[in-house]
Write a protein that binds this ligand. Sequence first.
Ligand SMILES: Cc1cc2nc3c(=O)[nH]c(=O)nc-3n(C[C@H](O)[C@H](O)[C@H](O)COP(=O)(O)OP(=O)(O)OC[C@H]3O[C@@H](n4cnc5c(N)ncnc54)[C@H](O)[C@@H]3O)c2cc1C
Length: 417
Amino acid sequence: MSTRPRIVILGAGFGGLFAARALARVAADVTLVDRHNYHLFQPLLYQVATAGLPPSDIAWPIRSILRRQRNARVLLAEVTGIDARGRSVELHDRTIPFDYLVVATGSTHSYFGHEEWQGIAPGLKSIDDATLIRRRILRAFEAAEIEDDPAARERLLRFVIVGGGPTGVELAGTIAELAQHTLAKDFRRIDPSVAKVTLIEAGPRLLAAFREPQSAYAARALERLGVEIRVGAAVTACDERGVVLGAERIEAATVLWAAGVTASPVGRWLGVPIDGAGRVRVRADLSIDGDPAIFVIGDAALVEIGGKRVPGVAPAAKQMGRYVESVIAARLDGRAAPPPFAYRDAGNLATIGRQRAVIEFPFLTLRGWLAWWIWGVAHIYFLVGVPSPVVVSLRWLWEYLTYGRGARLITGSEHAD
Ligand SMILES: Cc1cc2nc3c(=O)[nH]c(=O)nc-3n(C[C@H](O)[C@H](O)[C@H](O)COP(=O)(O)OP(=O)(O)OC[C@H]3O[C@@H](n4cnc5c(N)ncnc54)[C@H](O)[C@@H]3O)c2cc1C
């Protein structure tokens, strides 16, 4: 039995994985728990959902990433609770004791109280979500090919995306291109390029996290791809046949949800207060109120610095993961605590189809094709540290140059969705 301190990390996303790796140099036993056996690169999920990349290009086994890290072990398990007083994490059939706990279980979709819409309008957060969306999109074209009724065919070739943030914009642009370029010559009875993509946003503009000129640019670029944009329009109902916007009904066989997220139930597990999006407010060193050995990081944490909220993005989660290591290492070594967590803003990026993007770095704003290439390079840089980043980058470039959609497979049960 080891007598070293036990550090348990929940979640092997960007926050948890980067914390675990940083802890390689600390004399402690690190246990990383995740419900999946892979680390998922969420920024490219939309590429899997639109048949551009296979799932194995954006997800890697956690075990293989940590293979060489002798002080770390990996457990595939679902966390069901935390006994903060008893110093243990609850899984379905056992508990794991800890001395330090890092909670990095991320966030999930929010249907704003309409959980019944989930089966109708899937969100994009996991590999399963992405392959389900891919199946629905591709199957809609297949069903249209054998459909005789023009109205039913039109409904099958209508794609509605709810939510005009980066994910909604990325999905809308890529589905439009899929229809107009990749699938255009594949069918005999239907013309896939007549497919209609509608992007619905309840707020007054797309990409609300960006400044106005970038929102306007994204809207223009999407419209040039044939995407219909509806801003200031809230979905009031959603069923198998489409969506309702107040008095208007849009008939669509495929509805996708990119409208909101809520944090995993960390607040409930820890019995601490949460904000409206389910996040746990943490202190300057990312520990929770009243317990300096329990940290919450990444999308599950509400971190405010100088009155400004740290955004729920991958660089923030990574930085928090590394920071928590410095706090724990200092405590274990008996050194002074490091200064409070400081967020280095990595900027805002969103891509619109295969030729355009918008970027807001603290020192630079860019729109257009150059922004797209910078976006691409930034994502390749993101991949550093995961297995075979070069292969993923090359495959991605190949898809770009050829308009290919190499992963155009309909997989999974016919009745799975
Ligand atoms: C479609 C999409 C596109 C995005 N694009 C970008 C982008 O372009 N740039 C950017 O910076 N950010 C992007 N983000 C946001 C970014 O991915 C998140 O901010 C980041 O992943 C947060 O990291 P995290 O470690 O907090 O959580 P995650 O990376 O979500 O990791 C959470 C982990 O916890 C595990 N987990 C959850 N609950 C449990 C449980 N009960 N038991 C066991 N394990 C559990 C999950 O399996 C997962 O591995 C995107 C997100 C999505 C969904």
